[in-house]
Design a protein. Sequence first.
Length: 459
Amino acid sequence: MRRPHPPRPPRATRPRLLTVLVAVSVLMATTAASCGDEKSNVTSATAERSAVAEVIDAPATVTARAAATLTAPADGILASLRVQPGQRVKRGQVLAVVDSPSAQQRLRQSKEALIAAKRAGRGVGTGDLTGSRRGTDKAADEAFDVARDAANKIADEQLRDALLTQVISAQKQYAAAARSADQAVRSVQRGVAGLNSAVGALSSAQRLQAQQAYDLAKATVDALTLRAPIGGVVQPGGTPAGGGTGLDALLGGGQLPAGLDPSALAPAQAAPPPGVDDAIGAGGRVTAGAAILTIVDTGALGLAAEVDETDVLLVRPGLTATVELDAVTGAAYEATVRSVDVLPTSSARGGVTYRVRLALGAGKLGEGGPAPTPRPGMNAIVHLQVRQAVDAITVPASAVFSADGRDSVWVVRDGKADRAPVTVGVQGPDLVQILDGVQAGDRVVIRGADEVTDGQEVR
């Protein structure tokens, strides 16, 4: 028999429904017989052929397919908000515009510097070469730092990565130009090259630095127009942190995964104090990194289930399951296993579990009507049907016990108990499949097995 799992904490105040997936073809006739003293009671039953299914129960959370939190890329004012909470938006749709005077000022300054660099002549003297190089390097470092800091405050992962890649590329281009300028300056200082070549190389580096500073500043300003990186439903603010309702939990991820192919992902924002709305309206002041909107793609809901290590080897993609939601009493939903994580997660109880990801299907209420569509983050219990036998020799689960390291049953032969080692197959909640050791029609002890001894009379 499968060794018992450690106790799981209750997931709801309502009693859980018992899953019965076993169809018994013939009722087992039971007889009671007294043996030993008057207080002992041994009950036997007949092994029959019937269908039996093995079901694993696992706690789970409803997950969204993807989510993205849009944050302010710079300090400023939320100039316009073009969507309402609960509105469904398409990918690429403009959702909001941030007015950032500081970002606009950096763009104006970088544009002026670029114009000046392009108009600058070759009037740099020999004594000014080293100082000019240092000034160019300082201006480049400042531009790169400002651009990198602005990019890191953008929650849209794709946009953030694109801007960071632009910064890295600009740094590499400038580094190559700076090396050329350095070589030219050293040649002039050693008297092996003319001044014009050094001034020309330095001017090229200055123009490149000014162009890159302008491009990066413009990219930050362009990012002030917030576009939807994915399609979905809009909600104001970010996602609450902690309590299993963070963005990673809503996506089904442990180490993020959430595994559920998120198109964009942002860190969970800190929850506001109780009674405070975190929604930022048009005209409101924002700081760099402040969450403005979150888009959740609920087009294909899923489940992230935690399966104990003693059961996970029985779970594979394609298995079907039934699902109960704490929020919808009496409803049953369909689900199919999509994948099983390779790496484990540590549960709050200290045990080891593996995350199983499922596609969540439609549900039905107890009276047969359609069940409401769940929301990401809702608690659920997944009943995974891992094995099934249709025409199997079965005995009640209580008949099987462990002796000398083997599963065994007491078989009643000629009125006497005979211990028979057995091989167990599919293990249902009530019945167990016996692969060998017992035949259909054999009488087996199903109660009081711990009181029976070999050869004892059982009537």
